[in-house]
Design a protein around this ligand. Structure first.
Ligand code: PLP
Length: 410
């Protein structure tokens, strides 16, 4: 099978924006909630739409999802919820209550004493919301291990006890990348104490490794690289998954996933199993090489292809800015790009270090060329983009200003 990188049509995409009076966006940032996560393949969109016209027994549909999740991950079972964040909350809740519906109904107010969730301090990240919130929504109490850049085996061992409900391991570019306990060791120590391990692998391409290495529950986003409708995938040991699913009688209600999203996610998972990953990667590579070629040699900028920090099979183009030569900053440039039409949204979460990145994995056809042309014009003339001291506050504050500004000047 030889699939294009981005099968949905860019032209139709722009039509949709026009019809709805929405501004046009080229996403070279990543799978971002604030940009609508990902673009679905037409088959996924069709499967999502097809479900809308029918009644279904939801348990049956979720059992079908369980089979597909099992095939995809190698886990015994799986279920779906509203998002990966919801998946963390329901997994934590399930580890607190087990299969006792009365205990599930008592959450989050009365989790009982065995409700501590052990997490390395360097893993207590934010992905748009604090991960501690996802734990606390279930009535869990965060039990931190180690310091921000160092967690040691004895510290983990010492944190596990009769009040431990689970341990949570986070795999993400958002977490500290050194000094943390490696996953196999983490599992070994937790299992020796009889503590189940939950893995937040929301954005990881490796759907099998954590389960194979002993994770009791692993959580993925359906709407990230898989390109499904918004949803969270929980995979793991059968009774742990059942306990997470049981939470739908209480706290899970607010994280409800609909039939259409389960049906669409099933299609996205089935496609992922047979997708031509090498072809997709080659298309991403072609975009990166075009960008690198077109943007190399512009004074004030150094470009290089960088691997994904968590080892996903995905590279990005990094553009380092030397403000003394470029006459402006990385933050000013990404602000400028975001103000164009179509807006070009670059990866700017470390922009205070004076670099930004271009992520090729969400491009529609022709967009790689638009990005290359635009960037090479903008960078050559970058000294004309005024740098404001406030530029870094927006990216650094994670979009809070946009939330606070929403509906205030409409
Ligand atoms: C994206 C992400 C989440 C949240 O995923 P949603 O499905 O959007 O709720 C949680 N953890 C990590 C590591 C992520 O990358």
């Amino acid at each position: 099978m030889n699939q294009p990188l981005a099968p949905a049509l860019a032209n139709e995409d722009w039509g949709w924006h026009g019809e709805n009076g929405l501004s046009r966006v080229i996403n070279v940032s990543g799978t971002m909630t604030g940009l609508g996560a990902s673009r679905a393949h037409p088959e996924v969109a069709a499967a999502t739409g097809a479900a809308m016209g029918h009644f279904v027994r939801i348990h049956e549909l979720q059992a079908k999802a369980s089979k597909v999740i099992a095939a995809l991950t190698g886990a015994e079972a799986g279920c779906m919820t509203a998002s990966a964040s919801a998946g963390i909350t329901l997994s934590v809740a399930g580890c607190i209550t087990g299969l006792d519906p009365a205990r599930a109904e008592a959450l989050p107010r009365n989790p009982g004493p065995k409700s501590e969730i052990v997490v390395q301090m360097g893993h207590l990240c934010g992905y748009g919301a604090p991960i501690s919130t996802a734990i606390e929504l279930a009535g869990g109490t965060v039990r931190m291990v180690g310091q921000s850049t160092l967690a040691m085996d004895h510290q983990l061992r010492g944190a596990l006890g009769p009040n431990t409900a689970a341990a949570l391991y986070v795999v993400s570019h958002h977490v500290v990348h050194y000094g943390q306990i490696p996953f196999p060791r983490f599992v070994e120590i937790c299992h020796a104490a009889g503590v189940p391990v939950i893995v937040d692998a929301a954005s990881e391409y490796d759907l099998r490794g954590f389960i194979a290495a002993g994770a009791d529950l692993a959580i993925y986003s359906a709407h990230k690289f898989m390109g499904g409708p918004t949803g969270g995938i929980i995979a793991g040991k059968r009774d742990r998954v059942r306990a997470a699913y049981l939470q739908n009688i209480a706290i899970g209600r607010g994280f409800k996933i609909g039939k259409e999203s389960v049906a669409g996610a099933i299609k996205a998972m089935e496609r992922w199993l047979v997708r031509d990953h090498a072809a997709a990667r080659a298309a991403e590579r072609a975009a990166l090489e075009m960008w690198q070629q077109d943007l190399t040699g512009i004074p004030g900028f150094t470009v290089r292809i960088m691997p994904d920090p968590t080892g996903n099979p995905l590279d990005r183009l990094q553009i380092d800015v030397d403000p003394a030569v470029a006459g402006t900053t990385a933050a000013a440039i990404t602000r400028h790009l975001a103000g164009l039409d179509p807006a070009i949204i670059a990866r700017d979460h470390e922009v205070e270090l004076n670099y930004f990145q271009l992520d090729p994995c969400n491009l529609a056809p022709d967009q790689a060329e638009i990005v290359s042309r635009t960037l090479s014009e903008v960078l050559r003339d970058a000294a004309r983009i005024p740098a404001w001291p406030t530029d870094i506050h927006g990216p650094r504050n994670g979009g809070i200003d946009a939330y606070l500004g929403w509906l205030t000047n409409a």
